[in-house]
Ligand binder design. Structure first.
Ligand SMILES: C[S@@+](CC[C@H](N)C(=O)[O-])C[C@H]1O[C@@H](n2cnc3c(N)ncnc32)[C@H](O)[C@@H]1O
Length: 252
């Protein structure tokens, strides 16, 4: 039997820490090609509004050099938004552990004028293949929940940020409106896996998504973890009745 501190969650299942990444990679390998369509369908397009809110907080410079890193960047939604929001000296590094998701991101970016300011790196949030104190801002959107050792990912975020740099995380959170909570639960557990099965052929992947949201720490606890990694002025903003939250911290 593995020690308790060697275990984590993969959706509802308890798995060994060293098993989780392989299971997560398998989920995203299977859905990569249909990931964007499914995001629009299951969130009724709201994920675009949430990502816009995240990028508004990044606020990349229009005139000065601005180095941004988007970790667990998937198919590139956030990275491309940051590049578009910034000026010609804004550069964005997208890191993802999954080559299939990265390939979709690269294909999407190649069709856009910002592609010259984007770099794609296959790498793990827990051990970023990036130098210390390099970036003005770090984002991770709907990614941290999938990382087996969240504390390590937060320490890495701190390491790669410059002093004065900002950490921003968009993640599913806890609905805090009583009646809406029941509708949200019914929709999540019944409709999302069924929709996932029809659209991607992968109902189990979307069951994992819904279950992993419930296993993620509540926003107050996640804010504490961000503080424990060394960040200051930590806070979070709930959006859409708490369906998601944007967490923020500064390296000072
Ligand atoms: C739900 S998707 C989010 C993608 C994108 N950020 C978005 O908001 O659309 C989660 C992403 O996290 C990536 N991921 C999972 N574990 C990771 C890790 N340890 N390090 C880096 N990326 C990881 C997956 O490959 C996947 O692309």
């Amino acid at each position: 039997m593995p020690a308790a501190n060697d275990e984590t969650h993969f959706g509802r299942r308890t798995v060994r820490l060293d098993e989780k990444q392989g299971l997560v990679n398998d989920v995203f390998r299977r859905v990569a090609g249909r990931y964007d369509v499914m995001n629009d369908l299951m969130s009724f397009g709201l994920h675009r509004v949430w990502k816009d809110a995240l990028v508004a907080k990044v606020c990349p410079s229009l005139t000065r050099p601005f180095a941004h890193v988007d970790v667990a960047g998937g198919t590139g939604d956030v990275a491309m938004r940051v590049a578009r929001a910034g000026g010609p000296l804004t550069t964005v590094t997208l890191v993802d552990v999954n080559g299939d998701m990265l390939r979709v991101a690269e294909e999407r970016a190649a069709r856009r004028s910002i592609s010259g300011r984007l770099t794609f790196i296959e790498g793990n949030a827990e051990a970023l293949p990036l130098p210390d104190s390099r970036f003005d801002a770090y984002t991770i959107a709907f990614g941290v929940r999938n990382v087996p050792r969240i504390e390590d990912a937060l320490k890495e975020a701190y390491r790669v940020l410059k002093r004065g740099g900002r950490f921003l995380c968009l993640e599913f959170s806890r609905v805090d409106v009583p009646f809406f909570e029941r509708i949200y639960d019914a929709y999540s557990f019944a409709a999302i896996p069924a929709m996932g099965k029809v659209v991607t052929g992968e109902g189990a992947a979307y069951r994992y998504l819904v279950e992993s949201i419930r296993k993620f720490p509540p926003p107050e606890r996640f804010a504490e973890m961000i503080r424990e990694a060394g960040f200051a002025r930590v806070d979070f903003t709930r959006l859409s009745g708490g369906v998601v939250a944007i967490h923020s911290g500064w390296k000072i």
